[in-house]
Design a protein around this ligand. Structure first.
Ligand code: CTP
Length: 425
């Protein structure tokens, strides 16, 4: 399959990605509105069904007729107008979109979207849609660099909207600086990349473990650790967004289960072991971010332990090493481990890679204040079976999750390259 696909040119692949996709393109009132015409044309040529909506100000720059002709669909522009095509326009457009693009996005529409103002068709549609939403800001450099605009853009980014970075160059207002709308081809490429990414892991089943385990001492006390589960939840979320079927075996955490992810909640290491083994045969990869307790109390008191004078001695016994077991029974699965270390990171990580029969291991120094347990960021080194290693700079756990999934996909691609599709008899 990989060989067949590589024979298709990347352009042909892009066109397959957009075939039949419904794209709602919002045009707001900026001088760059004319470039949106070419964006519509390119999307349509690539097989997408494009529906344009315009603000009243946008119609001062380009006529509605132009967009109607280029898109082949009626243009939505007035909340109160009776357009037969769309029933309750803002809801209809919001619901039909597989993706929404605002090109160009003025400082005004960005500000309204950031605070949830809905006072015209464009902003109500933006507020109502659940489709992935891209903004392509274009404005004067001063307006773009103004802290108000920058804060609004970060709010949108944090909420998961995509911002297509403006280019630097000569602006219509006569100055040089950042704020130019990127070329239509570059904007459309972002759309291709989005749909390619959304399919990248389609057909794959991934098991992710997350959080720490709790080992009960009595009905009210347990031995635990500081893992919050953030890394594993980020991986599960992004894997699902990329089209994988994801099962998340999770220790107790305060995090919400990401959309499209099936969660199995456990408490102890032995419960985690059972849940993981029950899924193992049917998954293509296991990513084990969980901080599993290596020991548990030998006995769990059936009633609350009462204090008495003197010391209390606990006897701990070994818990199963779940990942080691998976490594022993590995068939087609790719196994990814995590190593949390405070010293001799490389030595310990490589030992775990070898002993647990992993494909790669993501190691981090948990003594650093900005990496590891309870932080939003992580700085890791990745060690591979074939001896390779890579050091990554400090990055958000969400970005690291994406990177780990990229590496997992590379492993699968390498594996499928090794399988000859048409053996020469
Ligand atoms: N792991 C596991 N079961 C255990 C312990 C660890 O599956 N009982 C997995 C973790 O989820 C992680 C990897 O093994 O992916 C390494 O975990 P870590 O706690 O760093 O290492 P340990 O093997 O427990 O070794 P040590 O505690 O000696 O560092």
């Amino acid at each position: 399959m990989a060989t067949l696909l590589t024979r298709l040119s990347s352009k042909a692949m892009d066109n397959l990605l957009l075939k039949g996709k419904k794209i709602v393109l919002g045009v707001t009132g900026g001088i760059a509105a004319y470039k949106a015409v070419e964006v519509v044309s390119r999307l349509r040529k690539a097989g997408a069904e494009v529906h344009v909506m315009m603000t009243r100000e946008a119609t001062e720059f380009v006529t509605e007729l132009t967009f109607r002709e280029i898109s082949g669909n009626p243009v939505a522009q007035d909340m109160w107008a009776k357009v037969q095509q769309y029933n309750v326009e803002h809801i209809a457009l919001a619901n039909l979109a597989d993706l929404m693009l605002i090109v160009p996005a003025t400082a005004n529409v960005i500000a309204k979207a950031a605070v949830g103002i809905a006072d015209d068709l464009m902003t109500t549609t933006i507020l109502a849609t659940k489709a992935p939403l891209f903004f392509a800001p274009a404005m004067n450099t001063g307006m773009y660099e103004n802290p108000a605009t920058q804060v609004n853009l970060s709010v949108l980014k944090e909420r998961g909207f995509r911002i297509i970075e403006p280019a630097t160059g000569h602006l219509a207002c006569g100055v040089e600086g950042k704020g130019r709308l990127p070329e239509p081809a570059a904007i459309v490429q972002e759309v291709f990349d989005f749909f390619a990414e959304a399919k990248a892991l389609q057909g794959k089943r991934i098991l992710v473990t997350a959080g720490g385990t709790e080992e009960a001492l009595d009905p009210v006390r347990f031995l635990g650790n500081r893992s919050t589960g953030r890394m594993g939840y980020a991986i599960a979320e992004i894997a699902a967004k990329r089209g994988a079927e994801v099962v998340l075996v999770s220790g107790p955490t305060s995090l919400a289960v990401p959309a499209g992810v099936r969660a199995v909640k456990i408490r102890s290491a032995r419960e985690m072991e059972q849940a993981v083994l029950a899924e193992y045969d049917r998954v293509d990869a296991v990513i084990k971010t969980a901080a599993v307790a290596d020991y548990r109390p030998k006995e769990t008191a059936p009633q609350k332990i009462k204090k008495s004078d003197g010391e209390l001695t606990l006897t701990l016994v070994r818990n199963p090493d779940i990942l080691y077991k998976l490594g022993q029974h590995k068939k087609h699965q790719v196994l990814v481990g995590f190593a949390a270390e405070t010293n001799d990171l490389e030595t310990y990580a490589r030992k775990k890679l070898e002993k647990k029969n992993l494909d790669f291991i993501v190691a981090n120094d948990v003594s650093a204040h900005d990496a590891g347990f309870g932080t939003d960021t992580n700085r890791v080194q990745i060690f591979y079976r074939d001896g390779r290693e890579e050091s990554q700079p400090l990055m958000s756990k969400a970005r690291l999750a994406g990177l780990i999934l990229d590496r997992l996909k590379e492993q699968w691609d390498e594996m499928s390259e090794g399988i000859e599709l048409f053996p020469k008899s």
